[in-house]
Design a protein around this ligand. Structure first.
Ligand SMILES: Cc1cc2nc3c(=O)[nH]c(=O)nc-3n(C[C@H](O)[C@H](O)[C@H](O)COP(=O)(O)OP(=O)(O)OC[C@H]3O[C@@H](n4cnc5c(N)ncnc54)[C@H](O)[C@@H]3O)c2cc1C
Length: 456
């Protein structure tokens, strides 16, 4: 065997698995393969000047490489079982929280010290939300910020590079089960290992699905969330963001009784492009460094769609909607809330005249030509509901970027050890469909690493 353990994917799931494996058993031979670049070589070419929008780099430096999709994220580590994944359904609520706190301890001792932990415990905002038909979910959130998150990743890499063999720019094409172990086939060479941890995230979703089919591991269709990213002056949301930093608020629409929720809130942040398998959608993040803060806050408003028989391709459905916005806008579309309500497209001039300066260069357009009515109606209803707790949210100049999509991976069938029916083959992180966040993905890596070292 070339290695005791091969980890596929160097996102948070893979990194924390490697960290815990080598900490618990320094003699273990561990390799990590990632299709993307090493951390220092990850650079998105969009500079807002010569290159204004996504040029479909392969691999995408935002989604791939050391640090995974989380590398340039806002570094919000939510410690909660209420959202961010369903890890607790496999390992239990207490264990999940314990591991998320353990991940936080590691972050704090590797460059994250001094950052703030926010909490919803005891806040008056809970009552204010309930009085306005909004449900504020309970959580603690550590905000590392994009800059500190990067420092933590650099520090973790500097420790791990002496203990683990890293193979960057190396795509894993196939994994084959051997009599006692696995063969991991990359685009250049084949390697063998006793145990294999797959942690390929969202960017590896299609590959994961193909692999499960070839290894006959059951998968089931998951949900998809579709919506917009809202950008407004930071003052409007400051009563929520100053106290909680990120608030996860759920609203049940009056018209259709659909759930609309806030997601990924970035006080004084920026709106960015996201490229998933060539489809350009929108996302956001913010820096911890005061010098890099903007005057705007952004957050997503998402509507969850679960489909019933016979339709199975929820990802395909959301991709089609995102493609429509890419077709009409050449990428992401931006619209003033006032223009949306008046049934007209936004123009460069109207946006320029508004009080919100967009932090992302996007095409002014009409989101009602892209988003299905039911989804758009839900988003509009929620904007008016949020206006009651953060007055000004429903102002004409509030910007909506579309579309934001949260693609959830197919859920891979694993047992409560996160092991597939093939012994020694584990699937963790967002690629498993079980986690959807930095903290849950990282905790799943720690959990599986301990399963492996404890069993030795
Ligand atoms: C812009 C942005 C902001 C975000 N902000 C937050 C936030 O503030 N808080 C939060 O909780 N979550 C956030 N997220 C989500 C978070 O980044 C993910 O939940 C998390 O990174 C999942 O970790 P993971 O290890 O499971 O997968 P990933 O981080 O996606 O890593 C998977 C890795 O696997 C590699 N890979 C895929 N296929 C292969 C293959 N076949 N061979 C080799 N390598 C492969 C990829 O290159 C990638 O590096 C954000 C995401 C984005 C894009």
């Amino acid at each position: 065997m070339d290695y005791d353990v091969i980890i596929i994917g160097a996102g948070p799931g893979g990194i924390f698995a490697a960290y815990e494996l080598t900490k618990n058993d320094p003699d273990l031979k561990v390799a990590v393969f990632d299709a993307g670049h090493s951390l220092e070589n990850r650079k998105c070419p969009i500079d807002g000047d010569k290159i204004k929008s996504c040029i479909n780099c392969k691999p995408c430096s935002i989604m791939s490489g050391f640090g995974g999709a989380g590398a340039f994220s806002d570094g919000k580590y939510n410690i909660t079982n209420d959202f961010g994944g369903s890890l607790h359904e496999h390992i239990g609520k207490q264990k999940a929280i314990e591991l998320m706190n353990y991940v936080d301890d590691i972050n704090m001792t590797h460059g994250g010290e001094g950052t703030k932990m926010y909490s919803t415990a005891g806040t008056y905002l809970k009552k204010l939300c309930l009085q306005n038909k909004l449900n504020l979910l309970d959580a603690k959130v550590r905000h590392l910020g994009t800059d500190k998150n990067y420092v933590v990743l650099q520090n973790l890499y500097n420790i791990l590079k002496n203990k683990v063999s890293f193979y960057f720019d190396t795509s894993v094409i196939d994994v084959k089960a051997l009599e006692d172990g696995f063969s991991v086939i990359t685009d250049t060479k084949e390697y063998s290992c006793k145990k294999c941890i797959i942690s390929v995230g969202r960017s590896g979703s299609k590959w994961m699905e193909t692999l499960c089919k070839s290894l006959k591991i059951p998968i089931k269709s998951n949900r998809v969330d579709i919506g917009v990213r809202v950008e407004l002056p930071a003052e409007i949301f400051s009563n929520l963001t100053d106290e909680l930093y990120e608030s996860k608020i759920v609203y049940r629409t009056e018209k259709f009784e659909d759930s609309v929720r806030t997601f990924c809130m970035n006080p004084n942040g920026i709106v960015v492009h996201e490229n998933t398998n060539g489809i350009i959608t929108v996302n956001g993040h913010s820096y911890e460094d005061a010098a890099l803060k903007t005057k705007n806050t952004n957050f997503a408003l998402l509507v969850s769609k679960h489909f019933s028989e016979p339709f199975k391709d929820s990802t395909g459905y959301a991709e089609s909607i995102a493609r429509l916005s890419n077709m009409l806008g050449g990428g992401v579309i931006v619209q003033r809330f006032g223009d949306l309500i008046r049934g007209r497209r936004s123009t460069e001039k109207r946006i320029e005249e508004g009080v919100v300066s967009p932090t992302l260069s996007a095409t002014p357009g009409d989101l009602s030509l892209v988003l299905p009515k039911r989804i758009l109606d839900g988003i509009i209803e929620m904007i008016y509901a949020l206006d009651n707790v953060a007055p000004g949210t429903a102002n004409d100049d509030t910007l909506l970027y579309g579309v934001e999509v949260k693609f959830y991976n197919m859920e891979v069938s694993v047992d409560d050890n996160l092991e597939t029916k093939i012994k020694g083959l584990y699937v963790i992180g967002d690629g498993s469909g079980i986690t959807h966040s930095l903290s849950h993905a990282s905790a799943s890596g720690i959990f599986v690493a301990r399963q492996i070292t404890d069993a030795k």
